[in-house]
Design a protein around this ligand. Structure first.
Ligand SMILES: [Zn+2]
Length: 159
């Protein structure tokens, strides 16, 4: 799955804001690439679980599907690494959609700082079977252009 860096950042910032409670949301995906990010309220704010607000879940799903995208779902872990918990596996209801788990913080229980080790991982969960899907973070085209310019400039000795 390809995630533009701005959406990775958006998920991690969302998770850090509500840390230590878990946060959740949805992504719109087209041909394996994330096109949009939506926050969804956690109906039961807690450091150990999440439940997407049913109305927001429904409205967002409709928006994603109207745009011609596939939904993917994300939530945060504040006390464990970004891997599906037993509960996540048991409650997964979309066997062909990606479940992303983000883990923005060190596990010291109170930090809201996004750590250098922040994780974003993606999984398919089908009837108890968990398959991790590789995540590729892509930079904004302008960032790529600027980086390319500096690399070229260095090569020809401008800088
Ligand atoms: Zn979880």
């Amino acid at each position: 799955m390809e995630i533009p860096s701005k959406y990775r950042k958006a998920m991690l910032e969302h998770a850090a804001e509500d840390h230590p409670n878990e946060v959740c949301g949805m992504l719109g995906v087209l041909d394996g690439k994330v096109m949009a990010h939506y926050r969804i309220s956690n109906a039961h704010p807690s450091p150990y679980r999440y439940e997407m607000d049913a109305k927001e879940h429904f409205m967002t799903l409709r928006e994603v599907e109207d745009a011609g995208w596939e939904p993917a779902f994300y939530h945060s872990h504040s006390h464990s690494p970004a891997a599906p918990s037993d509960t996540d596996i048991r409650l997964a209801t979309y066997p062909t959609n990606f479940y992303l788990i983000v883990s923005p913080c060190e596990f010291d229980g109170n930090s809201q700082k996004i750590s250098d080790n922040a994780q974003v991982r993606s999984f398919l969960i089908d009837d108890g079977q968990v398959t991790e899907e590789p995540v590729v973070i892509t930079a904004h085209p302008l960032v790529r252009y600027i980086k390319g310019f500096f690399i070229r400039s260095k090569r020809v000795g401008v800088l």
